[in-house]
Design a protein around this ligand. Structure first.
Ligand SMILES: [Zn+2]
Ligand SMILES: [Zn+2]
Length: 336
């Protein structure tokens, strides 16, 4: 195993075994039905999010609905950050089989597309970060303000509708070879459906009313999914356009502190691109990283092992001396 920033080198090579079925229903092509489903998954929760503010003002939000929203938000968010991202994409720790399966399901419940597609896209993002070939760089159209506005939209949402698909055989052969993982990836619609139905079921049973099921569905399913979508996509758009860059990386990734809690620690994105296999992204004192905290608990329970915790010397070796100088300058101006 190498520790280079090119994560693809870590993935076992494809064996071109065409007898293995595709890990997503759409395969390499995005068929129109899949495009429409994607559009629905994106727009319906987003409309709910827009409606949420005036409705909250009018009806108020019950503690139950708020609790369901927060619970399912962080369940899916950590499924993505610990599971899809740090574990499946970058191999920043090893997991016992039941944890591996649980992480695949939790991540699928974030309704961000099938596991294998997510991982393939993200490995390609690291391979080409902010250069030609990156599926979602906000710098795709140039550096002028209008080009960046267009690029931010592209990095946030537009790229998902691109006809060109990341080849899964090339970028995620290790996952395709695992039958259970391939099945969970193929069953994406099932997990998305369960994720949307569970809050409604709990809300209905607790209040013993259809209205309770409906408001729980609205807050715990639709608003929650919309919020999580936009926070996840902000890592692709905002964290590649703004933020501090104290570490050396060959792209424009930045650390954005105000997204740390909502993104479960993923917005320390400059460190992540400087050291992609690190299990911790928020490496400085006070940088909240709930995903790293939970990985540590998994390690203590014996469910996760060989965790790649970054040592102090490793972190220091990735610092950008240029950034330190400009940061020093900034601190003196702030103090003045
Ligand atoms: Zn990135
Ligand atoms: Zn990554």
């Amino acid at each position: 195993m190498t520790t280079s920033s090119d994560v693809i080198d870590d993935a076992p090579k494809a064996n071109n075994d065409s007898s293995i079925p595709s890990a997503t229903l759409g395969g390499e092509q995005k068929r129109s039905i899949e495009q429409i489903t994607l559009l629905l998954f994106i727009t319906v929760p987003f409309l709910a999010l827009l409606a949420a503010v005036p409705l909250a003002w009018g009806w108020g939000v019950s503690w139950l609905d708020l609790g369901l929203l927060v619970f399912f938000y962080y369940l899916g968010c950590h499924g993505i950050t610990i599971g899809f991202h740090r574990y499946f994409t970058h191999g920043s720790f090893k997991a016992k089989r039941p944890l591996r399966i649980a992480l695949a399901i939790m991540g699928s419940m974030a309704v961000e597309g099938p596991l294998v597609r997510w991982v393939a896209d993200h490995r390609k993002h690291h391979k080409f970060s902010d250069a030609e070939g990156d599926p979602h760089s906000p710098w795709r159209f140039g550096e002028t303000v209008p080009a960046l506005m267009k690029g931010l939209w592209w990095a946030h949402i537009g790229w998902m509708f691109d006809e060109e698909q990341t080849p899964q055989e090339k970028y995620a052969p290790d996952l395709i070879k695992d039958g259970a993982i391939r099945a969970i990836s193929r069953q994406f619609l099932l997990w998305a459906g369960i994720s949307l139905a569970l809050p409604a079921l709990v809300g209905g049973l607790v209040t013993m009313s259809w209205w309770g099921a409906f408001t729980a569905f609205f807050w715990g399913s639709l608003v929650r999914v919309a919020l999580l979508h936009h926070v996840t996509w902000s890592i692709n758009s905002i964290c590649h356009a703004v933020g501090k860059r104290p570490f050396k990386s060959r792209d424009r990734s930045g650390n954005v502190w105000w997204l740390a809690v909502l993104s479960c620690g993923e917005s320390w994105h400059n460190l992540h691109h400087a050291d992609p296999t690190s299990a911790r992204h928020g490496v400085e004192r006070g940088q909240l990283d709930s995903s790293a905290r939970i990985i540590r608990w998994f390690e203590q329970f014996g469910w996760a092992y060989d965790v790649r915790w970054p040592s102090r010397s490793r972190i220091d070796s990735r610092r950008d001396p240029e950034a330190k100088r400009s940061r020093g300058k900034q601190e003196t101006t702030e103090a003045a």
